[in-house]
Design a protein around this ligand. Structure first.
Ligand code: GLN
Length: 268
């Protein structure tokens, strides 16, 4: 595997990790020598980074929506584009509306728990259920909920299969949507992330098809489904939503103007 370029910003983060010092401390102590064990640990991290390992896994943490989430190779690394999904979900439930505080939210494929936990924190009285098929991912998500001091109900489940019968006001998901064989899977951080969080091992729409077709049975009348998808899936996703009977279909663009979050409402 080609060796990875390491930039100064990454090296500083790794230095902070091995020294346990803040960026400000490091800056104020530029002449300070590293103790030999720290130097050895730093060199080891630099080697791993040079071999391609994601910085988030080396640090064991990644910021999402202004909070730090623990991450391991068992979970997808939270990405800034997923903050769009969270923003839209918060707006749907209505942060300031006490009548909506009893809303029930379901997150499908929770991974690190970044979506479910952020929603639970942003919408303080809302009850959030989060499922993932991977026990290792759920352990990371539970750990994050504990660290961030929020109660989320985590369920080991293959999408809806393990859920008890219930209806939700909002279902969110960041499902695997990269098509098998997509060249991105062989590049950068994705090489080290769980394949099952990235790809459906098919055309990229298999998980989305299942979610869109099944969600109506789990939504309250008037409830919303909102999910992230790939940069080239807007048209296909709209057709799926129409086909499943969703109304008020919305498609939202990221900062680059590319539709990355779509959804719709169950009719009342
Ligand atoms: N956004 C990720 C990427 O392509 C994919 C995440 C996903 O499949 N849910 O880097």
């Amino acid at each position: 595997m080609a060796r990875q370029h390491i930039c100064a910003a990454e090296a500083r983060l790794l230095l902070g990790q091995v020294s346990g010092r803040s960026a400000a401390w490091l800056e104020a102590h530029r002449e300070e020598a590293l103790a030999p064990p720290q130097l050895a640990a730093f060199n080891a991290l630099v080697e791993r980074r040079a071999a391609g390992e994601p910085v988030a896994y080396l640090l064991g943490t990644r910021e999402f929506y202004g909070r730090d989430f623990a991450v391991t190779p068992a979970v997808l690394i939270p990405r800034p584009e997923t903050e769009l999904l969270v923003e839209l979900a918060v707006a749907k439930v209505g942060a300031g509306d006490t009548a909506q505080r009893a809303a029930r939210i379901l997150d499908l494929g929770a991974g690190s728990g970044c979506i479910a936990i952020t929603l639970a924190l942003e919408l303080s009285l809302t009850r959030v259920t989060a499922v993932d098929v991977s026990p290792a991912a759920l352990a990371v998500a539970r750990d994050n909920a504990t660290r961030l001091g929020v109660a989320v109900e985590f369920v080991e489940s293959n999408w809806f299969a393990g859920l008890r019968e219930e209806r939700f006001d909002l279902i969110v998901a960041n499902p695997p949507y990269v098509a098998s064989g997509d060249s991105h899977l062989a590049q950068g951080d994705l090489r080290f992330e769980p394949a099952s969080a990235l790809t459906d091992h098919a055309d990229g729409l298999a998980a989305i098809r299942h979610i869109v077709a099944t969600a109506p049975r789990w939504l309250k009348p008037g409830g919303w489904l909102l999910f992230e998808h790939g940069y080239d899936q807007a048209r296909a996703v709209r057709d799926l939503l129409v086909g499943a009977g969703f109304a008020d279909i919305e498609q939202h663009s990221d900062l680059a103007g590319i539709v990355r979050v779509s959804g719709g409402r169950m009719s009342d």
